[in-house]
Design a protein around this ligand. Sequence first.
Ligand SMILES: [Zn+2]
Ligand SMILES: [Zn+2]
Length: 131
Amino acid sequence: MSPVPMKLRPGELKERRIKLELGLRCEICGDEFPHTILETHFIEGAPSPDCASAEDLEAHILVLCPFCHWDIHSLRVREVEQRSILLFRPKEVRKRIRRILGERVRSISIPEKDLEETVRDAFPPHWGWGT
Ligand SMILES: [Zn+2]
Ligand SMILES: [Zn+2]
């Protein structure tokens, strides 16, 4: 059987790698979660992912667990407070996240043996890029 290449959208891959850079931890409560559970939050005023610079984008992204993500929306946490969370992100991590965001990758082919995991990753139950 020949390998079946599986295409992933760059945004999905990048999101997963950013979560890994942050140690798979929620940036508010600090608890560890699987990357399929962690969600990406865009701080108000976030630029469109397609045309923004990596620096601009990185300064608007928070990786949160579903609980803190829900809180930040339902409690209407002010933009300035959301931004203050970024101050706790280590400089080195910020640099690596910017590098990931700045990559111009269209798509990637996954070997067949990883297909099942890839499909799981590509369609997590709480999928949402920048909600
Ligand atoms: Zn949390
Ligand atoms: Zn959000």
